[in-house]
Design a protein around this ligand. Structure first.
Ligand code: FE2
Length: 336
């Protein structure tokens, strides 16, 4: 198939498309990159199948969309400055078990969110590549919700009411929502850390379309009393994540990958019966758009905190390193 037969096959009535016809064995010509970018802005989410993309070419692909956010942490399995590793795999290759700290941290990705809204500088695009898929029928999908159509469908009164509202996001809020009974997360009060503050209604610059910028990270809405704020967050979140707005992407082959615009869709990890049993080896890149909007209402000099440092310290304090000594195993549920 040649580059000029590039096509977008819609995945859902209102968003998402499979992009067919990009030859990833070669350097992508600028006109192909532009077509992919246009498709991404139009559909909000693109899938690519059986690409054979190496980690190196994955990074090159991501760089076409903007400045890559450094992602790797010191204990990453994947040695790249930019490639993040949201897999369920330890450095020694074993699968993360239910009840381990990494399992509880991962559970929060099962709540719909946008990426890094808790940082002073949010990211715009995320791309996730499957290296080893889980066995068919055991889950491991990513679910996406069309946050632009969800905005469009709101009544005019609600649109007016939320137009200038500012949401305060914290990574510790989504961890608490995922496992509210876990002492580790109870010990980390989002109010003790800087919030990422962003408009509840964002605008996708390339299309002018508005979207609901919501996430499990959303702790409160500025200037509202707590009860009203929580009510509004729940109302918008329940609205935007209705099944009619959701499309699920399964990773079938190594090299299948997706790219999405965090100003067009929300996403979450779908969970499944693979959890604790099969490796789900996926790698991601997050990408800045270098717009003023990516700083939201945050101080550009504010340093990004390292949440893992605080989570590990709290866990150590809560359980003295032995999470099995505590009585929460009955509370462990699959999140699909
Ligand atoms: Fe995410």
């Amino acid at each position: 198939m040649t580059q000029d037969t590039l096509q977008f096959i819609p995945l859902h009535k209102t968003f998402g498309a499979q992009c067919v016809g990009v030859d990833f064995s070669k350097e992508l010509p600028p006109e192909v990159v532009q077509q992919v970018k246009d498709g991404l802005h139009k559909y909000g989410l693109l899938t690519f199948r059986k690409t054979g993309l190496t980690d190196e070419n994955f990074v090159k692909f991501g760089q076409h969309f903007g400045e890559l956010c450094p992602n790797a942490s010191a204990d990453n399995r994947v040695k790249s400055k930019y490639i993040g590793d949201p897999s369920n795999i330890h450095r020694d290759g074993t699968v993360v078990q239910k009840g381990e700290l990494q399992y509880f941290i991962g559970k929060a990705t099962g709540i719909f969110h946008v990426d890094k809204s808790y940082d002073p500088r949010r990211v715009r695009y995320t791309t996730l590549k499957c290296t080893v898929p889980v066995p068919a029928g055991t889950g491991g999908a990513t679910e996406f919700a069309d946050s632009r159509t969800a905005y469009d469908d709101l009544d005019e009164e609600t649109k007016q009411y939320i137009q200038d509202k500012v949401g305060a996001h914290s990574i510790f809020e989504s961890r608490r929502k995922a496992a509210p009974w876990l002492k580790t997360f109870q010990m980390l009060d989002p109010n003790d850390f800087p919030f990422g503050k962003f408009p509840v209604v964002e605008t996708q610059p390339q299309t002018g379309r508005k979207d609901l910028y919501l996430a499990g990270h959303l702790h409160h809405i500025e200037g509202m009393d707590q009860e009203e704020s929580t009510k509004l967050i729940e109302k918008l979140f329940n609205h935007a994540t209705q099944p009619k707005y959701v499309h699920k992407v399964n990773y079938e082959e190594p090299g299948d990958f997706v790219i999405w615009d965090n100003l067009a869709v929300l996403h979450r990890a779908g969970g499944g019966s693979y959890v604790g049993i099969h490796p789900r080896d996926v790698r991601n890149l997050t990408i800045y758009d270098n717009s003023d909007g990516e700083w939201g209402f945050n101080d550009r000099n504010q340093e990004r905190i390292d949440p893992m440092k605080y989570i590990r310290a709290a866990h150590e304090k809560a359980f003295a390193g032995d999470s099995t000594a505590n009585d929460f195993n009955n509370e462990i549920l699959d999140y699909d």
